[in-house]
Design a protein around this ligand. Structure first.
Ligand SMILES: O=C[C@H](O)COP(=O)(O)O
Length: 235
């Protein structure tokens, strides 16, 4: 199966640094082409400027979130159709930061994913347990219920991101990642499953070699052009 390498820039950078990051990736892609599908997800205000830089490349653009509504009186929200109009092909939904900070639940996340599919975007639906759930042996059940409730029928990607591994430098071991990915693969046959949480160039190959890992969702390391490209090369 093709591998996906997705960079989530989160709320980082300004216009000039996002433009430079995108331009740097386009240069690296020309110098060192990779087999993986590479997607970058900049902050909303900089989607346009990044889209211009990516235009003549095979890099893909994604949003970091979208509205659960098609259009209307939803101040501050951005629709999946608008992302598509800005040349996005992907959108992250249900990131654990939004689940925790904005109380997003599985129903809302499924609606966002459905809006994305209706707009011909591929949703990247995030799931993952927190530290307490991992330590009390509930990880499998928590992720299973997130997948059952948040993933609609259709062409989606699922990203398994244990909350305790995000931005912490801690990563689960291969058997912990493999166990969750295998369970998701049984539940959603044919759906690509990405891993996210403290991915860097030094652990990317090892994680990509785990069965049922079809790509990586990268946060911090995606802000460094050379480091992110090394991760893409590992795929
Ligand atoms: O969306 C990306 C994830 O939250 C992972 O972030 P991280 O690579 O900084 O741990």
């Amino acid at each position: 199966m093709n591998k996906w390498i997705v960079g989530n820039w989160k709320m980082n950078g300004m216009m000039s640094s996002c433009r430079d990051l995108a331009a740097g990736l386009v240069t690296l892609e020309q110098e060192k082409p990779v087999r993986a599908t590479v997607v970058v997800c900049p902050p909303y205000p900089y989607l346009g400027v990044v889209a211009l830089r990516l235009m003549d490349s095979s890099l893909h653009l994604g949003g970091q979130d979208c509205s659960a509504h098609e259009a209307g009186a939803f101040t501050g929200q951005v629709s999946a159709k608008m992302l598509k109009d800005l040349s996005c092909g992907y959108v992250i939904v249900g990131h654990s930061e939004r689940r925790a900070q904005l109380n997003e639940n599985n129903d809302l996340i499924r609606q966002k994913a459905q809006q994305s599919l209706a707009a011909s975007l591929t949703p990247i639906i995030c799931v993952g347990e927190n530290l307490e759930e991992r330590e009390t042996g509930k990880a499998i059940d928590v992720v299973l219920s997130q997948v059952q409730q948040a993933v609609p029928k259709g062409k989606c990607l699922i990203a398994y991101e244990p909350v305790w591994a995000i931005g912490t430098g801690k990563t689960p071991n291969a058997s912990q990642i493999g166990e969750i990915h295998q369970m998701i693969a049984r539940q959603n046959p044919g759906t690509p499953i990405l891993y996210g949480g403290s991915v860097k160039s030094s652990n990317a190959s090892e994680i990509l070699a785990i069965p049922h890992v079809h790509g990586l969702l990268v946060g911090g390391a995606s802000l460094d052009t050379a480091e992110f490209w090394k991760i893409a090369e590992a795929a």
